[in-house]
Structure formats: C-alpha cells, structure tokens
Ligand binder design. Structure first.
Ligand code: UDP
Length: 366
C-alpha cells in the first residue's frame, strides 16, 4: 500500500531569516530537512522571517514570510533568565502564522528553541512537534521541555542521546540525528594539509583549546565561522603565538567544504553539551578526520580510531597526542560514515517515522 504523504508546516527559529547565517546550525538542519521531506513527496510549508530564501533543492516547498523583531537567543542566557519577548516580536508572529497554516496540516514541526511553542502544545488543535536544538541552557526552558515530555512525550525529538540526557524524560528519547546534502561536500583524499577549526567564535565553542593544541605542535590553525564575540576572539588570539590563528571568516557551504576538505584534521573542542555538531559531520563528509572532546554530540558522532579520535574533555595535551595520530584514520571511512548516517534522506526518514508515530499515538489516546 502506498504511504500517504503528509502536509507539514515547519517553523524556523525566530533569530534571523533563513539564509542569513544568524540561525547557526539550525539553518542547515532546516534546509536539509525540507529537501529530504520534499523528496519524500510530503507537502511542506516553511514559516520563517521576511527575507528568507529556500535553498536550492527545496523547490516544491511553500514559503510563508513573517515580519517581526528577532527573539534573543537562549544560547547565552543566565540559567535563571525569564522568558522575554520583544515588542512586535517575530516569535509570536511566526506562531500566529504556524497555527493558522497548521489547522489544515497533519503536523507542525518547531525547529526553534523557544518557550512559547512548547507552552502552546497541549492547548491548540494543530499537532505541534518540537525538534530540540540545544541542551539545557536555562531553567525555564528545561521545565517547558520536560512539561511537554510528560504530557506529550511523542512530540519531542533530539539530535543526540547526549543532548537528550540533559532533560528528565519519561522514557527513551527520540533521537533523529541530523542530515546534510552530501552532493555539496567533496571527499578530498590528501591527508597532509593544515589543521582546521570551524564554528561560531564564542566561548562555549572552546576555540582557545584548539589554538593551544596547534601552537604546541608549532602549527597554525585555520578558523572559519561567525565572529559572534569579538572580545573573546581577540583574547584567544592573544593566548597563542602571533600567526597561530589564521582567520578565514564565515564562508558559504561550497567554499567552507572546499577549504575545510583540504585539512589534515578538524579540531572540535566544545565547552558545553553541544546538541549535535554540524561542523563535525561536514568535515567527515569531506573525508577530514575529527579530533574532538568526548563531550556532547561530537562525543557521540566521532568513532574514536575510525573517523577520528576522542579525548577527555578540556585535556589539551591529549588533543596534541591525538593530532599526532590522525594519519592512522582512513579518510574514505570518514566520508562513508556520513553517507550511512547523515544524509538528508536518512534524516528526513527518521523525522518522518517520528511524526507518524506521534500522530498514531494521538489517535490511540483519543
Ligand atoms: N558555518 C558556515 N560557514 C562557516 C562556519 C560555519 O556555514 O564559515 C556553519 C556550519 O556549516 C554549521 C554552522 O555554521 O552548519 C554551525 O553549526 P554547529 O552545529 O557546528 O554549531 P552552532 O552554531 O549551531 O552552535
């Protein structure tokens, strides 16, 4: 029997338009998800800030643009911070449109990390599902996630088990990983290039440890990413010999993968419980081994000895030792892992199964 296609409303984060880069890893996740769902013949509507662009491969999806003032991110919030929504906020505007379009849809998938859609879940007719994109960063958000987990556990999904472990859940977490359009990443077999690091330049990403490891090896470190915290960037640069850090700026995916793909290794040194770690998988997709702290998503994604090396968190000397052994990693194995575990197709199939199970659970409850 053919499987019924679903009508799905996806809601972007209320931080920036899709394509602006301001939504961080969520932007790439959302683009891959739309691409995968459209290929599975689902009817997809994206609700997103005005100025958003649907990436190539997403034709077939409908874009609903909404105006409003960006929501502050929870990323750097104080643990006791209250929920605050600016005047003319984008967040309520997105959810007004999402609920409107969601009335005739099978499900609404929330890709932002915000209190409002979580709180709305038991009170509205559209079926709201939440792809949680961060671990525990503030009490009020943890409580909102745990409240949905207790009333509608089937409506939550996480990127990794390590991320989900931040929350008290009634059962096993639904883990859907993440997905990438691997046709945009080329395997580069040469393994004698420089060391690389990629991510937002912000303290929770731990650039200083990667820079110290590169300095200990007497090498430079190529760094790509949005300079979110310029004071932090300057402080890290001052910690290591001049010239160690080679700033490469924020590059679009095609340039990033080309430059990153020439690296001998990507160093990934999160100081927080990273929910997933897009750049880890993007490096693997180019055949680049990853030397990472055994913490958060990267600690779950990297297979130590096969696609890179995992070392104890915050241990710079262990990073240095592992970097001396990256030549033992087969770059073809790195690419093969990404092809098996992190394509748009694999990811959207997991999301599809999550939504269908959630809809079925609703039917059996009612
Ligand atoms: N990124 C990019 N260009 C750059 C550096 C990073 O497009 O020069 C993207 C990268 O592809 C990834 C995102 O920025 O999708 C960072 O996501 P990640 O999950 O690593 O961290 P987040 O910023 O979401 O905490």
């Amino acid at each position: 029997m053919p499987v019924r296609s679903l009508q799905l409303v996806l809601v972007n984060t209320p931080i920036g338009a899709l394509g602006s880069g301001r939504g961080g890893g969520v932007e790439l996740t959302l683009a891959s998800l739309i691409q995968g769902l459209v290929r599975q013949n689902h009817r997809v509507t994206l609700v997103s800030a005005k100025g958003s662009t649907l990436p190539s491969g997403c034709t077939g999806a409908t874009l609903v643009e909404v105006e409003g003032v960006d929501q502050p991110s929870w990323q750097h919030a104080d643990p006791d911070a209250p929920v605050s929504i600016p005047r003319n906020g984008l967040l309520p505007a997105l959810w007004e449109a999402a609920l409107h379009h969601g009335t005739s849809a099978d499900a609404v998938i929330n890709c932002g990390y915000d209190w409002l859609p979580l709180w709305l879940t038991p009170w509205v007719q559209p079926r709201l599902f939440h792809l949680i994109s961060m671990g525990d960063v503030a009490h009020v958000m943890r409580e909102a996630i745990e409240s949905v987990a207790s009333s509608h556990p089937q409506r939550l999904a996480f990127h990794t088990h390590r991320q989900a472990a931040d929350f008290q859940l009634p059962g096993t977490a639904r883990v859907v990983g993440n997905g990438f359009d691997l046709s945009r990443y080329s395997l580069q077999p040469s393994c004698d290039g420089p060391l690389g690091w990629a991510g937002r330049i912000a303290p929770e990403k731990g650039l200083e440890d990667a820079a110290r490891a590169a300095a200990a090896l007497g090498e430079s470190l190529l760094v790509w990413g949005l300079r979110e915290d310029p004071a932090y960037a300057a402080a890290v640069e001052a910690m290591v010999p001049s010239g160690t850090i080679q700033w490469r700026g924020f590059q679009p995916t095609h340039a990033l993968q080309q430059q990153l793909g020439s690296c001998r290794a990507l160093i990934n040194t999160p100081k927080w419980n990273e929910a997933y770690g897009n750049v880890v998988v993007e490096a693997l997709a180019c055949g680049v081994p990853v030397v990472a702290y055994d913490r958060g998503g990267p600690g779950e994604l990297v297979i130590s000895g096969e696609t890179g090396w995992l070392v104890p968190p915050d241990d710079v000397q262990a990073l240095v030792t592992a970097l001396r052994h990256v030549d033992q990693i087969d770059r073809f194995q790195c690419r093969a892992w990404a092809e098996r575990n992190a394509t748009c197709e694999v990811f959207s199939a997991r999301v599809d199964a999550w939504i269908r199970d959630g809809l079925e659970a609703d039917v059996s409850i009612s």
